[in-house]
Design a protein around this ligand. Sequence first.
Ligand SMILES: [Zn+2]
Length: 235
Amino acid sequence: MPLTDYPEHVREAVAATREVVARLHAELPRWGLVVWTAGNVSQRVVVDPEHGPSERDLLVIKPSGVTYDELTPESMVVCDLDGTLVDGERSPSSDTAAHAYVYRHLPEVGGVVHTHSTYATAWAARAEPVPCVLTMMADEFGGPIPIGPFALIGDDSIGRGIVDTLRESRSPAVLMQNHGPFTIGQDAKAAVKAAVMVEEVARTVHISRQLGDPLPIPQDKVDSLFDRYQNVYGR
Ligand SMILES: [Zn+2]
């Protein structure tokens, strides 16, 4: 159904979400996480629950093949949770199916980010989880950053790999093998933060390994750091 057929409060929520998603895209080049048109941010459109749950079933994502300098709120694309175009002048990002799969299967997730940020993707190329050797990793990720399966674009396999891996982990980030990081959050801003943090810790742990073997943090200490941080700051 075209966006013009949705009730006004949904169209207002879509317009507000377009602003947020367009603004957050600027964070990806700002933190050095993307080159050219790679990478994307999406957010679930949330409307007042008194209007009914079915109206949550939209997402806003970056258009395909547009450079970061050209992104505007109006250029953002609206899709339903099957990834079908609802509103937009351009095609949605080619990663939309993966984002939509995550929203369909993880109802608590309100934002998804994907990049090919260099250090995180270097670990993904080796299919090696980033070990939990930093207190900031225990805080943010609650353990190692897991590896998702090798999956090709074109069907649900990337989305399924993300969801299956993150369900087994406290981490809001997964490194898809030979590909790169996908991150989730309660909204797009939280997912962008996770994308920044996963690159930061991937870089730091890589540098630490050039010096020798980083020391693991005992599991009970990881647990107490994670619990404290998540309870103090929320997630
Ligand atoms: Zn990608």
